[in-house]
Structure formats: C-alpha cells, structure tokens
Write a protein that binds this ligand. Structure first.
Ligand code: SF4
Length: 457
C-alpha cells in the first residue's frame, strides 16, 4: 500500500513554462497554509518561475487563503481589489491574481464573479497544476474574464516543501497528514481540506532527514489533528513520534494541533519519555460546558479533558498547555460560560486563543440560532481574557529566580535582544551581544511582560 503515496513535487517533471514570470505569494491563516505556500514556491521554481519580492515586482500574485471565518474571506476579497488599485496607482500593468487554499476549495468558480474577481482558482489538492495553468494564462491573448479553476480532493497525493525554501528559524514545518475526519459543527475545515489522509511514515522520515541534512535542528509536525495520525491502522501518532525521534541529528520535535479525544495515555507517555519531543500540548477545549461541547460535536466531556490534563502532568515533565476557546456559541447560557472559566482556573494554561462565536455559512452550526447578543459575547470574551491574565500573573511570578534554557529563535522586538524559546514553549529575552540564531542560551528569569520573560545572564 505504501507506494500509493505520491509526493507531487517529486513526480512533477521540471519545465521552463515559467521562464521570465515573477510570482508573489501572500499567505493567510494557519501553519498548514504556510507550509503549502512553501510547497507551491517549490513547484513553481522547478518550472522556471521566479519569486517576486512584492506585488509591484510581480507578474502574478497568489493569495493562499483561509476560510475559517467569514471575515477572513471578506478581507481577502477586498485585498484582491486593493492589489489591483495599488498597481494602477503605481502606473503598473494589470497583474494576474490567483486564489489558492481553503477559500478556493470552498467557493470555486464563484471567485471568478463580481468586481474583485480573480483569474485563477486552485484548491488545496491541485497545486501541481498551477505551473501549467499559470504559464498558459499569462501567455494567452485573452484580456477579459480570464478564468481557470482546479478544485476537488485527491487523498493519495501530498506536497513536500523543499528544505532550501524554508525561512531561517529553528522549527521547520512538516505536514504529516491533511484534512480531518471530525465534523465539529462550527468548523469549515472538513469541507475545504477534505477527509483525513496520512503522509506515509517513510515520506515523513525522508522529508525530515533532508531538512536535517540542510541544517535543521527542529521540526514541527503539522496537521489539523496530528494526534489522530494513523498510517494504515498500524502506526499511530505515538509510534510516529518514536520513529521521528530516531532520526540522527534532529534535536527537537514539536507538533500542532491535537484533538483532545485522540490524546491517549500511551501518546502522553511517549511524549514524556522521548527526549526530543517538546513538552508543550496545544489542546483546544473550545468550551468547558458539556452541553455546548455536545452541540459542537467535540466528542469529549469536560471531566475527560481535565483527566487527560492531569495524566499529562503526571507523565510529561515540565509540560505546559495552551488552548482555543469560543465564547457565545449558540445556546451558551451563563452557567455554560462559567464552566469554561472553571476550566481556565483548573488547567492554568500558558496561553489561550479566544474568539467570539460568529456564524459561518456552510457549516452545521449555521443551522443553530446565533442567539447570544454581540454585547454579551464581548463581555464574555473580556471576562475570559481578564481571568487568563489573572491566572497567568500568578503562574508567571512563580518563575522568577529560576534558570531557563532554550534555543535562540529570532531577533526580539526589543532592540539588542534575541528571543529564546524553551522546549515547553515559553519565551525569554537575552542580550544579542554574543550568540546567534540556533544557539542554546540560559538565563535567570527576573520578570515578565505579557507572555515574554525577562532575564539576566
Ligand atoms: S477537529 Fe474539529 S475543529 Fe479541528 S479541524 Fe477537525 S472538524 Fe475542525
């Protein structure tokens, strides 16, 4: 069965179809899109396309898009108009504009209509067709209503982003599967990215080995639900972590995002026992109320989630947690909302990403009445954020005086400092007078500002 797996970049025969054509890619949304943009760049480069530095320098602008929120789609549609306007104002000729990613998959030919219509629409499983479609489009003599579309899912094909195109930092993204088999009622992903389809362990290993050969120390295994990884019902996420851990030269492994239902005890034990696997779990709870979790079809209860957190703390040294929360989901009562606050108090997350519920056409939750007023959603969101800040202030203060070690990742916004990330995903600053990106740095914590810690060396 393993040979049904296709690396679309590897099988794509190079050509010179893109010779002389400069492409600028703008990426929106999640890290899956960041990875896909790298893969698209790799495919285009093989066919002679060149990378443009901005929209003014480009013959083609591709927007790799996100459909998670309706607002995100509106912003991208406006961006198409803005790009055309900015080019006109700079006295530049019209540019070819394409939409890739989730929005392309969801809206297809609709994107060829209206004032902000685009020339090209390419969904998440059709990027191998991009070079040919673009070359043909650019050279065609059509001047109006140019339309090319490629959408639809193919589960047997994966893209691999070439190592040479990665930005210089420490965590190199590696998708391990695509799509999702769950149907959380607020989520568009199963409709835009299709069902879950695994990249083979061999393909993942060889991609990571290539990254390590080109200097990578750390990878982030990516997927909509990495904890559900299961190659041919024979090799699950814990087993994959073991295999990846055995790669010589690789030093750290992170992963994003896991569904709590698939965070099994043996997976947590593997995370705790494998030295290279970083002890940071991003586990979206979404709501602390069992009634709301049921309406969201999250498939776990609050008490099961909390048990899982307790078990993780018992088997993963220094583990930290982050989460996603939605407030004001249809039918959320004050009691339901208080249950979410209770989870915050009990888990004590390092970081939360919280959102007001907004109706998303095309998903099952859109059939439920959006019955919480916007003012009430705002109040609940403000309360979540205030409580998180209170909890974090107590937890962060406990760190003062401790010595932390991490890897220098990037220049900090504060002039003259590096930003360092610990294995458990905490960030601290060190002066940039001696070391460089990729070096290990240790320092004593003296205080903090929001979620970044301050130190003396
Ligand atoms: S697990 Fe739920 S929220 Fe996550 S991608 Fe799948 S359907 Fe969406």
């Amino acid at each position: 069965m393993a040979d049904f797996q296709t690396d679309l970049n590897a099988m794509h025969e190079p050509s010179d179809v893109g010779s002389g054509i400069r492409v600028f890619i703008e990426t929106y949304g999640c890290q899956m899109n960041a990875y896909d943009s790298q893969a698209i760049g790799g495919l285009l480069e093989k066919d002679g396309f060149e990378s443009a530095s901005d929209i003014y320098d480009a013959d083609v602008v591709l927007l790799n898009t996100c459909s998670v929120r309706e607002l995100a789609e509106h912003k991208i549609t406006s961006r198409v108009g803005e790009i055309r306007r900015q080019r006109r104002n700079a006295d530049l000729p019209p540019v070819t504009v394409g939409i890739c990613g989730c929005m392309a998959e969801r809206l297809g030919n609709e994107l060829h209509k209206g004032v902000n219509r685009v020339d090209l629409v390419v969904g998440v499983d059709n990027y191998d067709k991009l070079p040919g479609m673009l070359g043909e489009l650019i050279r065609s003599s059509e001047t109006k209503h140019r339309k090319r579309t490629a959408t639809g899912h193919r589960n047997d094909a994966h893209y691999v982003a070439p190592p040479s195109l990665y930005p210089v930092n420490n965590s190199h993204l590696v998708t391990i599967h695509k799509g999702c088999d769950y149907k959380c009622t607020y989520c568009i992903v199963p409709y835009t990215r299709g069902p879950q389809a695994e990249k083979s362990p061999e393909a993942i290993e060889s991609e990571i080995k290539a990254l390590v050969d080109s200097g990578a120390q750390e990878v982030t295994l990516l997927g909509q639900n990495v904890t559900a990884y299961n190659w041919e019902k024979d090799l699950d996420f814990a087993a994959l972590l073991e295999r990846v851990s055995a790669i010589d030269g690789l030093q750290r492994i992170r992963f994003l995002t896991g569904h709590p239902k698939d965070m099994h005890p043996h997976t947590m034990e593997a995370i705790g026992s494998l030295k290279k696997v970083c002890p940071w779990l991003h586990l979206p709870i979404q709501s602390g109320s069992n009634a709301i979790l049921k309406r969201m079809k999250r498939l776990y209860k609050q008490e099961e989630y909390l048990e899982m957190v307790d078990y993780a703390r018992s088997v993963i040294p220094d583990v930290t947690f982050s989460t996603d929360i939605i407030v004001g989901f249809p039918g959320e009562t004050e009691e339901d909302f208080q249950a979410t606050l209770e989870v915050l108090r009990l888990v004590k997350y390092d970081q939360i990403f919280s959102f007001k519920y907004s109706e998303r056409p095309g998903v099952p939750a859109a059939r439920l009445a959006d019955d919480i007023s916007i003012d009430e959603k705002k109040r609940r969101l403000a309360e979540v954020l205030a409580l998180q800040e209170e909890i974090w202030n107590v937890e962060a203060t406990k760190q003062v005086g401790k010595t932390w070690t991490g890897i220098i990742e990037t220049a900090a916004r504060k002039q003259g400092f590096w930003r360092v990330r610990t294995a458990n995903n905490r960030k601290f600053l060190v002066a940039d007078d001696r070391q460089k990106i990729g070096d290990e740095a240790s320092a004593i914590i003296t205080g903090y500002s929001n979620t970044t810690f301050l130190t003396v060396e």
